[in-house]
Design a protein around this ligand. Structure first.
Ligand SMILES: [Zn+2]
Ligand SMILES: [Zn+2]
Length: 262
């Protein structure tokens, strides 16, 4: 398996995954034009994409969906409640492109075993995915207010994680957001802070874990360096080596990460 986080953050999310038999995207929270530009940087294009997996209906995950689905006959996967929300938003997808991928389901797409699981977030039925192939495992977890034992059980023991590290709690508290927005982010159905992410990581990292991509950073309430430092501090406290054993990697709101082979 190969992967690149095309874009990550409150302004738009999309991740590219490739196997020998095809490639897919998780979410398309950027315009069609921007997704195409990102894929071009990886020497590929939307016409090579075999499937799009949608996690939930928030704009930062589906912004490009309508245009992309219209221009390219790519099968789109989402769960029943997410489809309902997408319909309500007027994102009319051709019935032949609509596929169901319900929570706790397992499907094989492009030769990868994909497992969906629910997260705790203020969308209709938000779900994320794990990807397993040839003894390699990648887990994606963002847009969750906390990481439950159930979620930990599913994502545990991955070679690579794309892990939400949304905000620094102090920056959020002191920042310019109105109180209800702050409350929403800090709640059980909001987003995971740098510190909480690190504590959850500690429970799911094993000796096979090589990389963790810190993802979905808040534009206003986080800084890449701070996210990395906060996570590092917690992991180091638990004797998890972030120098040689596990690499903490940045993601960017615009620039795709270099292709990484898992
Ligand atoms: Zn969301
Ligand atoms: Zn999001």
């Amino acid at each position: 398996m190969k992967m690149s986080v095309l874009a990550s953050g409150s302004t738009g999310n999309s991740t590219y995954i490739e196997s020998e038999t095809g490639s897919l995207l998780i979410d398309v929270g950027l315009s069609c034009k921007r997704i195409e530009a990102s894929l071009n940087k990886l020497n590929t294009s939307l016409s090579n994409i075999s499937a799009i997996l949608i996690t939930h209906e928030h704009t930062d995950h589906i912004k490009g969906l309508k245009v992309i689905a219209k221009r390219y006959a790519i099968p789109i996967f989402a769960n029943a409640e997410t489809w309902q929300q997408l319909d309500k938003k007027g994102i009319d997808i051709h019935p032949e492109q609509k596929f169901h991928f319900n929570p706790s389901e397992e499907k094989e797409i492009i030769g990868i075993d994909i497992h969906s699981y629910n997260v705790s977030h203020d969308a209709a039925d938000p779900q994320f995915y794990t990807f397993a192939k040839d003894n390699s495992k990648l887990s994606v977890i963002t847009d969750t207010g906390y990481v439950s034992d159930y979620m930990k059980g599913i994502i545990k023991d991955s070679d690579c994680f794309i892990f939400e590290s949304n905000h620094d709690v102090d920056m959020l508290r002191m920042g310019r957001y109105p109180w209800p927005t702050k409350q929403r982010i800090l709640s059980d159905v909001g987003h995971v802070s740098n510190e909480d992410a690190a504590h959850a990581m500690r429970d799911v990292i094993t000796e096979r874990t090589k990389r963790i991509y810190l993802s979905h950073l808040s534009l206003d309430n986080n800084i890449k360096e701070l996210a990395k430092m906060s996570v590092e501090q917690v992991l180091n406290r638990y004797d998890i080596d972030t120098e040689d054993q596990i690499m903490l990697c940045d993601t960017d709101k615009e620039a795709p990460t270099q292709i990484y082979t898992i």
